[in-house]
Ligand binder design. Structure first.
Ligand code: C5P
Length: 225
């Protein structure tokens, strides 16, 4: 058995990829499987926390003992996170939330155009749930954790981008992972650097998503100490 060092804490974890409908049968999605979020929920449960999982599209089973709220779109997740965060001591946004959604959901299935102009899907921006929770709705003593899936590019390294995001998002901790070359998504392993709100490195972890989850909770406990 694990040390019960999260006993007495209420935590909420979001996981999986949001689904943004285009028409009754089509949607915009992403490659998140929800595995890292599920491992975060499992690890917190093992360490004695009361855990609520807000799950978008996931392709792994939810462990027993975890209360689940199922959501589909980013806006559904926003509403569910707002409610769950009202009483939570720790909020972890591990979900892959779509930055954009189709502006209008087409009521009937979009038909083939028989050589005509293909349809145009116009997008609008989704709310940034993490920034909203951190900047507008944080309750006293609440610890907020975000994730940042980054690739390095001409503008900077993975860590440069993650540091800038840590400062912008307002979360207490930001877990940065390098997703270049198809790593991370769907894999059972992960390699992360954990930053504080100033962008300073407080920990790094490399190994199974379960091991990474425990490292995140260790960092949460240190941040709350
Ligand atoms: O800005 P970016 O999408 O890279 O930030 C990732 C972090 O922000 C993750 O914690 C993700 O769950 C969260 N996020 C969010 N709402 C969005 C987009 C991302 O809460 N619309």
């Amino acid at each position: 058995v694990r040390p019960q060092d999260l006993a007495g804490l209420e935590v909420v974890v979001s996981a999986g990829g949001t689904i943004e409908p285009i028409d009754p049968v089509r949607f915009l999605g992403n490659s998140s499987t929800g595995r890292q979020g599920i491992e975060l929920a499992r690890a917190a449960h093992e360490r004695g926390a009361r855990v609520r999982l807000v799950a978008a599209s996931i392709d792994v089973d939810v462990p027993a003992g975890i209360e689940v709220t199922r959501v589909s779109s980013a806006r559904d997740m926003h509403a569910a996170m707002d409610t769950a965060a009202r009483t939570a001591d720790v909020v972890v946004m591990a979900a892959a939330v779509a930055d954009f959604r189709p502006k209008n959901v087409v009521r009937d299935k979009i038909k083939k155009t028989d050589g005509g102009e293909p349809p145009v899907v116009r997008l609008v921006e989704n709310p940034d749930i993490l920034a909203d929770l951190a900047h507008q709705r944080r309750r006293p003593g609440q610890t907020i954790v975000g994730f940042a899936a980054e690739t390095g590019d001409a503008e900077g390294t993975v860590l440069d981008h993650a540091r800038a995001k840590a400062r912008r998002k307002g979360a207490d901790l930001l877990v940065a992972n390098d997703v270049s070359g198809g790593r991370t998504f769907g894999s059972s392993d992960n390699s992360v650097t954990i930053l504080d709100r100033d962008g300073s490195t407080v920990a790094s972890a490399d190994g199974s998503k379960a091991a990474v989850a425990h490292a995140v909770w260790d960092a949460v406990l240190r941040a709350r100490a």
